[in-house]
Structure formats: structure tokens, C-alpha cells
Design a protein around this ligand. Structure first.
Ligand SMILES: *[C@@H]1O[C@H](CO)[C@@H](O)[C@H](O)[C@H]1NC(C)=O
Ligand SMILES: *[C@@H]1O[C@H](CO)[C@@H](O)[C@H](O)[C@H]1NC(C)=O
Ligand SMILES: *[C@@H]1O[C@H](CO)[C@@H](O)[C@H](O)[C@H]1NC(C)=O
Length: 394
């Protein structure tokens, strides 16, 4: 997650990293596990691999369904013997962090117990990790998504491949907003191979992963590490260059809404693809230019700065088809589309007669997340530094 308006808790990115004694977090600018705009966290060190991976590793994903399908999570194992840790696979961040039994403010069940792992090595760096986007579609307000994390290393096992001495962080404190999460943490899947992903690649698998994040009613969502499952999409994958450092970005030449565009929407921009964020986020002027092409009734929602909405009675079947235009590696224009049904992300808690809309304003960030990704099979090619898309095959 990066961080910003997404409600979904999470998956977004951390906006800044403050750390106590000279943490590497400060020394090495690497995007954080949750975050986008921010400095980067230390890279994971993988010293050895226990098993060889024979074929691509499929990790089933569950839909964190809050009325809208915008966030998916799955299991990895940490420690010896392995303890199951549920995580959001977050392309908006690069590190692994999850709640440990040391976190008394973490209300999730089945927290990781470091005392039960013979291979767990506790580090001494404690840092705070604020996110720009959260787990749901709520904008982050007044730093209400902040994790306090401690460095450590342990064995991480994903789909039978074990990587020893992976750098990770245990969450020792979290703000209450995170308590909604049905998962324990976040596995960063940024564009430079880190942690267990680097270990998997060393077994000889292609350096890429694929995401099939489906609507709740379809199910069978999956992260495939080291492979592409051709049965899950239609037609051919179209690839575009990835230009982010740490995060995943593709340059776009135009945004259009319901077939119309404006000079503001025609600018070239690098759009971040963040599987950990639910909504989409653009700067205020771009956000308002898009809403102007949908309905004059969509207004900023004062209780949650950055969020917009309109009376639920008016949202009905408002057309809100958003096309993002990109250029393929072959030099051809192609669009990725968010269909109208994604416009309504549900009523605001503080005012259930007002329905929140898909786009959150966040100056300095241009990002799409789950609401776009669920309409495509996506390939995140670390080795080739490119992204591939094809319409989902269901
Ligand atoms: C993750 O593991 C838990 C506990 O073993 C299990 O109940 C759950 O179904 C698993 N989730 C997925 C998506 O495989
Ligand atoms: C992409 O969408 C725009 C606006 O909706 C449209 O004008 C253009 O023809 C589309 N491009 C392709 C390659 O389909
Ligand atoms: C959006 O892009 C798709 C795919 O290129 C295209 O078929 C469609 O016509 C575009 N939508 C609008 C409203 O222009």
C-alpha cells in the first residue's frame, strides 16, 4: 500500500520513514513496504535457499470484501517450524512486515510468535512507518495509519521454497485503523527483487510474478511467482516499460472519462500500479477534472479530506468509464479501463446517505490500484522491467 486515500487499509505506501538510531531505513532510500512516495527500506538479504523450485509457485489469494472487491491477501510462512502469516502482496512497497505477539495494540488473531521460531533473529532497529494509503478506501487523515516496526531476520517459506535469513520487520505497535485488517501484514512486491522473491528467482524461475485478482463472486484469485498462467486471460499480453524505482510505474499519455478528455487529463504522467491500494489517487486538479466529466453532484467530503462523494440516491448507473492510455513496447497505444461499476465504493461511515466515489485527491501521487487491476491479468516482470496486461479470462 502506499498510502493515501484508499480505504482499504492498506496497501499503500508509506510516506516517510522516521527511525531511531541510524536505521538503514534512513540510509538507503528504498520504498517502504507500504508506500509509495517515500524513502525505501533496506533491501532483504537472502543468504541461502533450502529447496529448489521446480515450477512456478501459485499462492491462493482471498478477497478482503468490504462491499467492494479491492484488496487481496494470501499466506506465507515464517520461522522454524513455519508459522502461517497472512499478508497483502503489495506492489507499492518493498519490505515484509507483520504483527508479532509483542504487539499488544494489534487485535488480529494468530500473530507471529518470535519465541516459537528457532531461526528468528531479533534486530535492534525500531522505526515508524506511516502510510499514505490505508487498507480500505478511507483517506489517511492525521497520520492515522502508522506502524511501529522492529528489524529481524528469519526463514520465509512461500509455496515450498524456503529462503533463510530474510530481512523483515515485526510490527510492535499499530494505530487502531489497522485493526480492521483480516491479515497480519504486508509483503512488499516492489519492482526490484527483494526478500523471498529474490530467493525464488535464484532457484532458476523467471524473475516475474503474475496477479489474477478477481471479483468476490468469481474467486480463485492467485499470485503466481515465476510464471504466467495463460488459462486466466484472453488474447495476448500487451507489455509496457516499467519506469519506477522500487515501485511499479508506467507512463501514460492521456486519461479520458466516458470518451472525453481535457488538457489537464492529456498530460504525460507516470502512473503507479499498487496492488495494495483500493481506490485510485490523483492530484486535486486531475481528480476534479475527471469528476467534472462524470457528474456535477460529486463533491469533496469534508469529514475525510481527499475523499469525494455524492448522495447515494444519485449514484445509480452514472456512466464513469475511465480509460488510461499507455504505449506498448511495440509502440502502439493501448487503454486500460476502469468500468463504471467501480465508481461507487460505498457509503461513508459518518454519513451513510453519501456514497464515496473511486477517485481520491492526493497531491503528488498518481496511482491506480485494485479497482483497475481486477479487470486484467497482470504480469510484473522484474527481470525485464516491464508490465504486461490482458483482459481477465472470466
Ligand atoms: C491461510 O491460512 C489459513 C490458516 O491456515 C487458512 O484458514 C486460510 O484459508 C489460508 N488462506 C488462503 C488464501 O490460502
Ligand atoms: C483509448 O481510449 C480513448 C478514449 O476513450 C479512445 O479515444 C482511443 O481510441 C482508445 N485507444 C485505443 C487504442 O483503443
Ligand atoms: C476505452 O478503451 C477501450 C479499449 O481501448 C475502447 O474499446 C473504448 O472504446 C474506450 N472507451 C471510450 C468510452 O472511449
Amino acid at each position: 500500500m502506499l498510502s493515501a486515500p484508499a480505504l482499504a487499509v492498506l496497501a499503500l505506501a508509506a510516506s516517510t520513514v522516521a527511525s531511531t538510531p541510524e536505521s538503514e531505513l534512513e540510509a538507503k532510500p528504498v520504498p517502504q513496504a507500504i508506500s509509495l512516495q517515500s524513502r525505501k527500506t533496506p533491501r532483504g538479504h537472502v543468504n541461502s535457499i533450502r529447496k529448489r523450485a521446480a515450477k512456478a509457485i501459485g499462492v491462493p489469494l482471498e478477497d478482503f470484501f468490504l462491499g467492494t472487491d479491492l484488496q487481496w491477501f494470501g499466506n506465507i510462512s515464517v520461522g522454524t517450524p513455519p508459522q502461517t502469516v497472512s499478508v497483502v502482496f503489495d506492489t507499492g512497497s518493498e519490505t515484509l512486515e507483520f504483527a508479532s505477539t509483542e504487539c499488544t495494540s494489534c487485535t488480529q488473531k494468530n500473530k507471529f510468535d518470535p519465541a516459537k521460531s528457532s531461526t528468528f533473529v531479533r534486530g535492534d532497529r525500531v522505526s515508524t512507518l506511516p502510510f499514505a494509503t490505508g487498507v480500505g478506501v478511507d483517506p489517511v487523515v492525521d497520520d492515522d495509519y502508522v506502524l511501529t516496526i522492529r528489524s529481524a531476520t528469519d526463514t520465509v517459506t512461500v509455496g515450498g521454497v524456503a529462503a533463510k535469513d530474510v530481512s523483515l520487520f515485526t510490527i510492535i505497535k499499530q494505530t487502531p485503523k489497522f485493526n480492521l485488517d483480516p491479515f497480519l501484514g504486508i509483503q512488499g512486491m516492489g519492482s526490484s527483487a527483494e526478500g523471498f522473491f529474490a530467493a525464488v528467482v535464484k532457484t532458476g524461475l523467471p524473475s516475474l510474478f503474475s496477479l489474477f485478482v478477481t471479483p468476490n463472486e468469481v474467486g480463485n484469485a492467485e499470485l503466481l511467482i515465476g510464471g504466467i498462467d495463460k488459462t486466466k486471460f484472453k488474447g495476448d499480453l500487451i507489455y509496457a516499460d516499467q519506469t519506477g524505482e522500487g515501485d511499479w510505474e508506467v507512463q501514460s499519455s492521456q486519461i479520458s472519462v466516458n470518451g472525453k478528455t481535457t488538457s489537464r487529463l492529456k498530460r504525460r504522467r507516470n502512473i503507479i500500479f499498487d496492488s495494495g491500494t483500493s481506490n485510485i489517487l490523483f492530484d486535486t486538479q486531475t481528480t476534479e477534472a475527471m469528476y467534472a466529466l462524470i457528474s456535477p453532484d460529486i463533491k469533496p467530503f469534508d469529514d475525510e479530506p481527499g475523499a469525494y462523494g455524492l448522495p447515494c440516491s444519485k449514484i445509480g448507473d452514472l456512466p464513469a468509464k475511465i480509460n488510461f492510455t499507455f504505449t506498448s513496447q511495440a509502440g502502439k497505444a493501448f487503454n486500460l479501463t476502469i468500468p463504471s461499476e467501480e465508481l461507487n465504493v460505498g457509503p461513508f461511515t459518518s454519513d451513510p446517505s453519501t456514497c464515496q466515489t473511486l477517485i481520491n485527491a492526493f497531491d503528488g501521487l498518481e496511482l491506480v490500484g485494485g479497482s483497475l487491476l481486477k479487470h486484467y491479468y497482470s504480469v510484473w516482470d522484474v527481470g525485464g522491467q516491464r508490465m504486461g496486461f490482458a483482459p481477465n479470462g472470466f
